[in-house]
Design a protein around this ligand. Sequence first.
Ligand code: TXA
Ligand code: MG
Length: 333
Amino acid sequence: MAVDLATRVMRVEPAAAVAAARALAEGRLVAFPTETVYGLGADAGNARAVARLFAAKGRPKFNPLISHVADLATARRLARFDAAAERIAAAFWPGPLTLVLPKRSDCPVSELATAGLDTIAVRVPDHPVARDILAAFAGPVVAPSANRSGHVSPTTAAHVLADLGGRVDLLIDGGPTQVGIESTIVACLDQTALLLRPGGLPRSRIEAVLGFALADPPQTDAADAPVAPGMLGSHYAPNTQLRLDARSVEPGEALLAFGPALASGAEHAAAVLNLSPAGDLVEAAANLFSHLRALDCAGVARIAVMPIPHADIGEAINDRLVRAAAPRNQRLD
Ligand code: TXA
Ligand code: MG
């Protein structure tokens, strides 16, 4: 499939959303910022466009995509909401929450986008550019993170160009994304609410609205029957090896620090970047992927990562770090 068109880059301006919506309607691939990370968008109802999207990312076709819509009313045309889904959608949309729900039989999203499943992931993003594009397009837009499959998600337009330059028809540059880590994914199916992926919206805030705890998905080794297909094995991976929970720096290592007190031996580190000198987890999430990318380019043997608290958005930060440190036998997204 030809995905070698030059990428046109537009800064945010009133015409950008209209140009993006027109390009989507023509079956083109448009990268745009959301509040979490940059997404690579395609018309969800256009199977050819969705196929081009899978090809551009190098993404396995069994890994389904999130459909992005402008509002809850549009989401209801794609999926069936139970009481729990209604409650958290009302509380957190627009925002960094994705819901996996039963797909409606008349859902206009292509089977390819949902990988043939009878469920669908939907989300209403909270970013002015994403919202303007979705309003102008007036239909569902599938948008995985705009990175090569298996790589770290992009939080700037430069990251998108580094990974997918020439494979994207139009890139809207809205500056660095605010949250910096992907949406939290909750499945509301069969009267249960499962946390499929920790993300930008902390678990505790969702549980406070629901009034009960989110369940964890059943563990499975079966790559052909995953609950959240993109969440297996090595993922969000830089090329350089990672060493987690590092309290000291070893020779040849770079340091990914957190908080005011650096790991011992930090003065000998080949490079040091601090996720949040003040020890603020929200700031750390916003910096995580750009710091990982920067240290990945530092030409070091390994990146030592200081311990990061698991509270709130720290759960998602630690989840991504564990995946980034995992062996590279499986790269699914
Ligand atoms: O913040 C985000 O969610 C970003 C921005 C661009 O919106 N998007 C994103 O998409 O992270 P992606 O494709 O990189 O991750 C989507 C995840 C994958 O792990 C996929 O397997 C899972 O959602 N997923 C999609 N549909 C699903 C379904 N029906 N059931 C279970 N998991 C699903
Ligand atoms: Mg992704």
